[in-house]
Design a protein around this ligand. Sequence first.
Ligand code: ATP
Ligand code: MG
Length: 450
Amino acid sequence: MRLSRYFLPVLKENPSEAQIVSHRYMLRAGMIKQSAAGIYSWLPLGFKVLKKIEGIVHEEQIRAGHVPMLMSTMQPADLWKESGRYDDYGQEMLRINDRHDRDMLFGPTNEEMITDIFRAHVSSYKDLPLTLYQVQWKFRDEIRPRFGVMRGREFYMKDGYNFDLSKEDALHAYNRHLVSYLRTYERMGLQAIPMRADGGPIGGDYTHEFLVLAETGESEVFYDSAVTDLTFGDREIDYDSVEQCQGVLEEFTTKYARTDETHDEALFNEIPEERRRTARGIEVGQIFYFGTKYSEAMGAKVQTAEGEVPVHMGSHGIGVSRLLGAIIEANHDDNGIIWPEGVTPFHCGIVNLKQGDEAADAACESLEKALAALGLEALYDDRKERAGGKFATMDLIGLPWRITVGPRGLKNGVVELTSRRTGESEELTPEAAVAKLVEIYAGHRTPQGF
Ligand code: ATP
Ligand code: MG
């Protein structure tokens, strides 16, 4: 992509409304534009990252055996009256009357709607287990939308729902989600720690939140520092195996890690003092087993040899749009964003030091083509601008690799490959630079962006 043909409205000044670094950089890098409090349009660069993150979420859900679909954003209020949540949900729910004066709402979550779909089409235990999920816009009329996409009113969420015959099966689904979430966040270059959370009015031990440690996080968290040594890595896992999923859950949830809602000072104090940590975290996901709450209220039952039984359910969410903020909070410096390879909007930037120089222009164009042929997307800064300005833009938008092309280097047959994270540069032939990028990205295959 040539920058001169792209739409990248970067801001020179720091926007005064942004209180945290991720919000500031998303505005400055021309990724989002606020349309109303807590509601954003996604400009091309922001849209590109959003879709990369969504792509990883889809790949990992499908790998775990979950089935993608898409529900409507608008829901009839009747479903929520059936479950009893219509009144409970309060002012966070955006309620709308249509022209026939029917009560509608913009979905804040989809337990009711998915249960309605399930009961309409599934009646036999033979159709279980089943996990359906979607990535869809949600609306919650948050009292204090803030921090950009971190706490929006309109936000993009992956929400999945499992339907199982027994509590035991539903707990396997719960464990499977925990494993798939660990993989998902790691592919985005994030460490998200599963922490025991509060079951709220539903109660029970079966809920974990995934938190990314960050000073600007809204949750206070308490943990044994040993949890930060755990990584999932690229281990193979059989998602159908109860033992394997249970094993991973135990590995990642046995050590103390809790949010303030479930914090237990006495238990915390049993951890050796040098490993006790208090910090702040960003909630990027939550998994939940809630039994037969909705299936009983809404009559989602299956026929078994012993008669009709309500199904056991759980719901599992990932904050897809919030993740952009969380990733930036965890990956930036004073000059801008530093995208992890797994989610970067373009695989590399190409900076032409002397636009209009025949050799430099031709080298940039052929680099872009060579990369594209190998599935790598470059953002080629072909503007007639000073090198300093071009570098500043590349640093701000955070592409992890930059190829710098200039007439002087080309005379010696080389270009420069620079790492955004370390700032280290290497002189290489154009072919070697391409080969090196191919090698770097071999471990970070993401679905093609838009
Ligand atoms: P929070 O406690 O932050 O309000 P929640 O527990 O109400 O979130 P869930 O219902 O668990 O949210 O939703 C699943 C995920 O969606 C959350 O883990 C979070 O990452 C994301 N999310 C929730 N609310 C928002 C929001 N207002 N803006 C952006 N993302 C959100
Ligand atoms: Mg939550």
